[in-house]
Design a protein around this ligand. Sequence first.
Ligand code: S3P
Length: 424
Amino acid sequence: MNKIVNPISNGLNGKITIPPDKSISHRAVIFSSLAKGKSVIKNFSKGKDPLSTLNIYKSLGINYEYKDNNLVIISNGTLTPPSDILDCGNSGTTMRLTAGVLAGQDFNSILIGDKSLSKRPMKRVIEPLAMMGAIIKSNNNKAPLEILGTKLYGIDYISELPSAQVKSAVLLAGLFAEGKTSFTEPYLSRNHTELMLSYMDAEISTNGLTTSIKKSELQPKTLQIPGDISSAAYFIAAGAIIPNSNIILKDIGLNPTRTGILDILNLMGADIEILDKRIVSNEIVGDIRICSSELRACEISGELIPRLIDEIPVIAVLATQAQGQTIIKNAEDLRNKESDRIKTVVTELKKIGADIEETADGMIINGKTKLKGGAEIKTYNDHRIAMSLYIAGLICEKEILIEDFDWINISFPEFERLFAELLI
Ligand code: S3P
């Protein structure tokens, strides 16, 4: 489906609730499937990616039903051999975390993905899992992954990548391994796995950049999923750059390992405020109020990168409207996402008149630029490129056309409906 985005003349105003966090939704399904009994997941994501995870765990023997808008998962605590290959669709989180789970089972399984996922690197999980004893055959370290379930042993793994998917794959394998498994990362990546496993009574502890886990039985729980800050990011950016905007985004997950975008907006001088901070199911949640204001450029690098990795495409849009030169560095892993997000965001923003250049590990953006629009935008099968360019389209002089806009359904099917609510 192609989408025409027209520039808007009025600001965004009102209050919306942002849909559930994708990362936490995946984990809620996976961990509940490993817990013996009935788990209740309140506010489960309707994105295609978390549904890929749910389908896979159904094929691995769990039962589920929707009751009063909640997802109820019933499991006897052990997975059963699947009768078919397991399709992860577009979801790297599904594939990498599930590889960690399946490596230590007493049955074999095959994980496949769509065209984009089949091109993404899997060595990052295959390598540490193999050190634990896992037997994983792959297509040159890419999907399909054929996993021959076997006995695993704990390791002390020092990762060069600050990757929550790799960390989670190793920790999940550690749930089934003999002895203690430790994972050390160079910078703190999102820690939803650690928080949720601890909430479900796993033997897990974190000390600085190292997390350790021992074989444990998970307890079924009621898990409330907060709003996704990565989805909120599109509205935060729009609120910051569309003149006369004043919006409130409700019930957003504010885990500090995810709030790099808020730090950046503060550095840029945005008019942003957190309201009603509270703890829900071991995660910090709150509301975000954002009003439009003048922005200034900033540098984004180092430990900030994993804390805003998925928001960089929309931060690039923000930077086109900030006074000065914004430099994004140390973000080379963006080239391994659903698309090569350094190349795709730079190419598409250039088409509409942004002053933006690609570097090996990031990009340089000069602002403030009046975006011209009047171009056809490609999405490269990447939901975040589609939504980021939509935001850019709202402040262009002329309309833009975004091809294959329905890729947004991967994480955020409610995107347009919520936008419409702020335009009234
Ligand atoms: C995710 C971790 C990040 C992020 C992805 C979701 C997760 O990937 O980009 O969208 O849920 O663990 P990496 O671990 O590859 O950085």
